[in-house]
Write a protein that binds this ligand. Structure first.
Ligand code: PXL
Length: 287
């Protein structure tokens, strides 16, 4: 058996509402990959639709976390960052990347900060600028359509999109630095939404479509990104990883819609973990 891979996941812990580390851990673990976690804050819930949540910021612990891990001589097959609380935390993640990056480490940045044309509560355009500079350090970024607009300082456009528009956007995002870009929330026609992928090294575009279920499902982007990381580190290609992640999210949202639960509490991804694990155990050769 080959050595177990290890991911460093840098996100908050939201106690209720299934997002960030509470989805990254189970999804990446289901792929048989070790997940070391650096929690950036502890909240009672995420900020998307709840009021009265608590938030304990852990910024002052993060440099010592990084230094302690370095002293232990560990390495990571991927560094995967998501929701971060401030430009200061973004600087700490940059330092983490420069401390641990090696030739076999993939840096994946999910610039979690906005959706549906709006910034999440607590963020502003200065944060978006700092996030753009973090994306410049990544190998792979996974913005949604709103985050893509804010990263580029452009106006957010509503769906449906044309292929030309999406391909131009993907190239502009790639020009920020990352060689691979996975753009979510891309819809060319009613009833279908998916992820568009651009690999600059190959100059190739792909589209991974799935059924669109109307409504806002907080945490779905984090579930997509975590399933993507799990798949990519399981030696799936960039496109295959986006397809597996899009399918995993779409099934999770469909289950939740069928159960008619309050979407703020997150989607039912747990029921799909066994199938995801089985799919990722099958061996394939990376191109
Ligand atoms: O990426 C989703 C997310 C994660 N963590 C916190 C959030 C959100 C979205 O609102 O508020 C704390």
């Amino acid at each position: 058996m080959s050595a177990q891979k290890r991911v460093a996941a840098i996100h908050d812990i939201s106690g209720l509402g299934k997002c960030s580390l509470t989805v990254a851990l189970p999804i990446i673990s289901a792929a048989g990959i070790e997940t070391a976690i650096m929690p950036t804050a502890v909240l009672s819930t995420h900020t998307g639709g709840f009021t009265g949540y608590t938030c304990r910021d852990l910024t002052s612990d993060l440099a010592a976390f990084t230094d302690h891990w370095k002293s232990l001589g560990v390495r990571f097959d991927a560094i995967y960052s998501g929701y971060l609380g401030s430009p200061e935390q973004i600087d700490i993640v940059k330092r983490f990347i420069s401390t641990f990056r090696d030739e076999r480490c993939t840096v994946v940045v999910d610039p979690a900060m906005a959706d549906e044309g709006e910034m999440y509560a607590l963020f502003d355009m200065d944060f978006a600028k700092a996030m753009t500079s973090l994306c410049a350090e990544a190998d792979i970024i996974l913005p949604n359509m709103t985050e893509a607009a804010f990263l580029l300082g452009r106006e957010y456009k509503e769906k449906p999109y044309t292929r030309e528009y999406i391909e131009e956007l993907l190239k502009a995002l790639s020009n920020l630095g990352p060689s691979k870009t996975v753009l979510t929330g891309v819809s060319f026609e009613r009833g279908v939404i998916g992820a568009s992928v651009y690999d600059r090294d190959m100059d190739e575009f792909f589209y991974a479509p799935s059924n669109r279920i109307p409504g806002y499902y907080p945490g779905a982007g984090d579930i997509f990104a975590s399933a993507f990381v799990a798949s990519y580190l399981s030696d799936r290609t960039l496109y295959e990883s986006a397809r597996i992640a899009a399918d995993f999210v779409s099934k999770s949202v469909a289950r939740t819609q069928k159960a008619k639960t309050d979407p703020r509490f997150g989607v039912n991804f747990e029921a799909g973990l066994c199938d995801l694990a089985l799919e990722l155990r099958r061996t394939t050769v990376k191109k």
